[in-house]
Design a protein around this ligand. Structure first.
Ligand code: OFO
Length: 170
């Protein structure tokens, strides 16, 4: 049986993962309005990935006989000053999520919840990839700078991103 404190913390993280999905969907919509459809596709892939992160927590709660409790999702921002501002936000957001995952790991250790600790290691590794991917995109956008043709080429490049689901959803 899952400790009640851990159950509440995982439900909170489930909400945070859905918020991440919302945030990236909002970024997708922003890029669609300024006709950068490659960046928009990159964000769509990111949004789907976040929903899978949420579902992995959902399924873990069910597997452990715990209660999934869905709560309201915060409204994400809808406007950014530039492409650079968006990708800077993505990178900062992923760093924030890494901090949240680390806190969950800390809680699992303090509760001697080895099963949850083991489960959370997947997210620890995933956050390394998330930060790398976000920082890589941010660096490229920085390099493109004010050069609109470089930005359009980058839009095409990032638009090639293919989403591979990390978990199987039914
Ligand atoms: Fe769920 O990893 Fe990004 O936020």
């Amino acid at each position: 049986m899952l400790d009640k404190e851990m159950e509440a913390a995982i439900n909170k993280q489930l909400n945070a993962e859905i918020y991440s999905s919302y945030l990236y969907l909002s970024m997708e919509a922003y890029f669609e309005t300024i006709d950068l459809s490659g960046f928009a596709r990159w964000m769509r892939a990111q949004a789907k990935e976040e929903l899978d992160h949420a579902m992995k927590f959902y399924d873990y709660l069910v597997t452990r006989g715990a209660r999934v409790t869905l709560t309201a999702i915060e409204t994400p921002p809808t406007e950014w000053e530039s492409t650079l501002a968006v990708f800077d936000h993505v990178y900062k957001h992923e760093q924030l999520v890494t901090g949240l995952i680390n806190k969950l790991v800390d809680l699992s250790i303090s509760l001697s919840d080895h099963a949850t600790n083991n489960f959370l290691q997947w997210y620890v590794a995933e956050q390394v990839e998330e930060e790398e991917s976000a920082s890589g995109a941010l660096q490229k956008v920085k390099l493109a700078g004010e050069d609109s043709s470089a930005l359009l080429m980058l839009d095409q490049e990032l638009g090639q991103r293919v989403y591979n689901p990390p978990v199987k959803n039914e």
